[in-house]
Ligand binder design. Structure first.
Ligand code: DGL
Length: 260
């Protein structure tokens, strides 16, 4: 069983991509809605929450853990790897590597929460591999609440995006990493604002592809469920109307959310 956690519902973009790319695996998901958002919290608090989320998923039978949250991936990955024997997958490396493979001019933009951008993890991951590349980052703290309110196509959201993306538009980037698992829901607006020639990198999709490669190379890591015996369970630490609404939007179907 594949365990996935996020601070809330944004990580469901990763879970959805995993469902599509790896239909023969069961999934147990935890959205820590009661303590969301993580992106504005300190590294110590995010790490503490991430440790508890991982314990919960392991108790439910997870054999690998995907940290489907850029903020938690940025600051808590090392602590989780120290604490647990289970393979821990983060969302930063797959997205950074895809950005490196995609850019033609070596100028990459990254948008994310304050925690992610402040950690500098994307800059470091990209520049460790390609020191001559330039990374331009922007924290976009208002985007997560807008997505959670379902304000996906509102004029106000477009205005806020214009403000956030303006500095990146002057940097001649040809690739932009959506460094937050909520942002795929704003992909259309972001593409329209940043311009058609900029390639958007979706950390959700790249992470699901990475997990598929990992399980192809090491199938013994996770038990496969043959003949449609898979289970997909979506737990949340608080049940809210907006979570229900955004989950249905991500999955394009009503999703039963289970309270932890
Ligand atoms: N899902 C989180 C991320 O990818 C954003 C939400 C939060 O701040 O908790 O960074």
């Amino acid at each position: 069983m594949i365990g996935i956690f996020d601070s809330g519902i944004g990580g469901m973009t990763v879970a959805r991509a995993v469902e599509q790319l790896l239909p023969e695996y069961s999934i147990v998901y935890l959205g820590d809605i009661a303590r969301t958002p993580y992106g504005s919290k300190s590294p110590a608090t995010i790490t503490d929450y991430s440790l508890r989320n991982t314990e919960f998923l392991l108790e439910k039978g997870a054999e690998i853990i995907i940290i489907a949250c850029n903020s938690a991936s940025s600051v808590a990955t090392e602590a989780l790897r120290r604490e647990f024997q289970t393979p821990i997958i983060e969302v930063i490396t797959p997205a950074a590597e895809k950005a490196i493979a995609t850019t033609k001019n070596g100028r990459i933009g990254v948008i994310g929460t304050r925690a992610t951008i402040r950690s500098g993890v994307y800059d470091q991951t990209i520049c460790d591999r390609q020191p001559e590349f330039k990374v331009f980052s922007a924290a976009c703290p208002l985007l997560v609440p807008l997505v959670e309110e379902g304000w996906i196509n509102k004029q106000e959201t477009k205005m806020i995006l214009r403000r956030y993306l303006h500095p990146l538009k002057d940097r001649q980037i040809d690739t932009l990493v959506l460094g937050c698992t909520h942002y795929p829901l704003l992909k259309g607006l972001i593409q329209a604002r940043i311009g058609k020639r900029v390639n958007l990198i979706d950390s959700s999709v790249e992470t699901a592809k990475y997990v598929r490669e990992l399980l192809t190379a090491q199938p013994e890591l996770v038990h496969r469920d043959e003949n449609g015996a898979t289970t997909h369970r979506y737990y949340v630490s608080d049940l809210t109307d907006s979570a229900q609404m955004v989950a249905a939007k991500i999955f394009e179907r009503p999703l039963e959310l289970l309270l932890t």
